[in-house]
Write a protein that binds this ligand. Sequence first.
Ligand code: CIR
Length: 255
Amino acid sequence: MGWLALTRDVSPGLADCELTHLPRTRIDVERARAQHQAYERCLEELGCSVQRLPAAPELPDAVFVEDTAVVLAELAVLARPGAPSRRPEVAGVAEALREHRRLVRIEAPGSLDGGDVLVSGRRVFVGLSGRTNTAGAEQLASALEPAGYAVSALPVSGCLHLKSAACEVAPGLLLLNPAWADRRAFAGLDAIEVDPAEPFAANALRLDATLVYPAAFVRTRARLERHGLTLRTVEADELAKAEGGVTCCSILVRL
Ligand code: CIR
């Protein structure tokens, strides 16, 4: 059993990405691409086979492939991204996922971004954000509950997605920015808080026993290492200008 990591090339149109919380600054597409390729190499070194989908100039945010689908062992849910500009990204990802999972779709009026979905064992947390609405969360629950998942929704504020605020870094252990998602929504789970000087540090990609983690967040990294967690750091600051983190850039499919 291994992992397939679906990724997507950095679009030449990245400079036209959606932005919500950050001011638009100049993004160096070549530097973003180099960092993205290093991220893909890191996933390969950790045992993933990487399948990179092509991007296109008219899909500026396509590299943030996580937002287009939620993949579980039993099925995959195709998202309906809250930003209309991102909806055309879903078709290409659906084609790639079709051979691995049964597909279910979030339909209008629901909207849901994969970045708002945090899975911890059989518990699924859905962030109600600027991108994911109640109808989207309800459709996700209807799709997942028959497969034995307990789905609960919580508001997120101050950040783009739930996984900007909270990620699972080990079974039953979250990395959390409590200013953006209420700790009490995660009853029964433990949490490490990000260093207050690093509000964007809660986004970490867990691949078996290793965390892929942005090199920039040295203070929170020290907290994670004090808990005995194993990290592989990657440079991710260029895509961070487009409000992307490390979970956003892949969809992991257990083969
Ligand atoms: C957007 O606003 O949709 C992109 N510029 C960034 C998406 C980041 N995705 C994620 O955190 N899952």
